[in-house]
Design a binder for this molecule. Structure first.
Ligand code: OKP
Ligand code: ZN
Length: 344
């Protein structure tokens, strides 16, 4: 399997993030992608390619122009105001406040365009996220040209980013950008399967009222797990999209048996939609040793995920999302990809 590697990922290098009201060492760090890169090279998974620049247009198909312009210039604005290091939002237009008028204040716009304070915005965030989307599009091109599968190795992740907000370490929703690009290239039915520990609220929201993209996610129950405010089992889609969204929340600490039970149920629904393309939001923070998540998967389970996905017989695009047990992340991702390729 070929990998498209976002060689700009290291430009997004936060040192700190907010956690329980305190600044702590960042979890979403460049070493994550470096470990995956090393594992892929060592295992000779396949060729590594650089992203081809597809420009802003495919990002604008998913994200608002105002949001993209803000993110691109935000860190420079922060510096011009005398800010140092990472910028964080601290005020949000929640219920009863207006989000239809864009204030002039930088602090206000940080809140308008975000969902949490846990996502440090750094000098290189835009570049890393932009090239991550380009890497996703380049990997999609491989699959559209006939490759059975491709892997996009990128960070920061994407699935929490909405049409006009960042959050959950995410700025550009790579899965949504790729799905929309596949539709724009003539595919009619795309499925996104999100196996990250966290619900992909951004991806769900972007396609919630649409019948051309089916979204299914297996994740920690939002009653106790981030992103808390979306990802419940009763969210089935709306309007034309009714029946095109399927959530499988599991309690924190759920056994592997329960995880695979939910996975199989998600695949039954996915197959029923007869997608022409499968996009996998591949988070491996479901690993038992993950520092911020609470499932128990390990290498054999990751290999089984890959094998099972291979059995769907669909052109498949793997996009990297979460996974914060840095030293184990390469091994875990490789297990999925090798399981898919049945190099076992
Ligand atoms: C991104 B992805 C831990 C608090 C949780 C948000 C988690 C975002 C996960 N410091 N912060 O879905 O892996
Ligand atoms: Zn996650």
């Amino acid at each position: 399997m070929k990998t498209v590697y976002n060689h700009h990922h290291g430009e997004h290098a936060a040192t700190k993030e907010f956690f329980r009201g305190r600044l702590v060492e960042a979890f979403e760090v460049p070493a994550r992608a470096d470990y995956i890169h090393a594992a892929i090279v060592e295992a000779r998974l396949g060729e590594l390619l650089a992203p081809v620049d597809h420009g802003l247009a495919p990002l604008q198909r998913v994200h608002s122009g105002a949001y993209l312009r803000f993110i691109e210039g935000a860190h420079a604005e922060w510096l011009a105001l005398g800010g140092e290091g990472e910028a964080f939002p601290a005020v949000w237009p929640v219920r009863s406040l207006r989000s239809d008028v864009e204030p002039q204040s930088f602090a206000a716009r940080m809140g308008l365009y975000s969902m949490d304070s846990g996502t440090p915005l750094t000098a290189g965030s835009w570049s890393a996220a932009y090239w991550g989307a380009q890497a996703s599009l380049t990997a999609l091109d491989l699959v559209l040209a006939g490759e059975r599968a491709a892997y996009c190795l990128t960070r920061p992740p994407g699935h929490h980013a909405g049409a006009d907000f960042f959050g959950g370490y995410c700025f550009i929703n790579n899965a949504a950008v790729a799905a929309q690009a596949a539709l724009d290239a003539g595919r009619e039915r795309v499925a996104i399967l999100d196996v990250d520990y966290h619900h992909g609220n951004g991806t769900q929201a972007i396609f919630y009222e649409r019948a051309d993209v089916f979204y299914a996610s297996i994740h920690g129950d939002p009653q106790t797990e981030y992103p808390f405010f979306l990802g419940h089992a009763d969210e089935h889609g709306a309007g034309a999209g009714l029946g095109f969204n399927a959530n499988f929340p599991l309690p924190s600490g759920a056994s592997n048996e329960r995880w695979f039970e939910a996975f199989e149920r998600a695949l039954v629904q996915l197959n029923a939609h007869a997608p022409e393309l499968l996009i996998v939001s591949l988070g491996v923070d479901t690993y038992g040793g993950d520092p911020i998540s609470h499932f128990k998967l390990d290498e054999p389970e990751f290999r089984r995920i890959g094998q099972t996905l291979h059995g769907l017989q669909l052109p498949t695009l793997f996009l990297q999302e979460g996974g914060y047990a840095t030293e184990a992340i390469g091994r875990n991702v490789l297990a999925v990809l090798q399981g898919f390729e049945e190099l076992v």
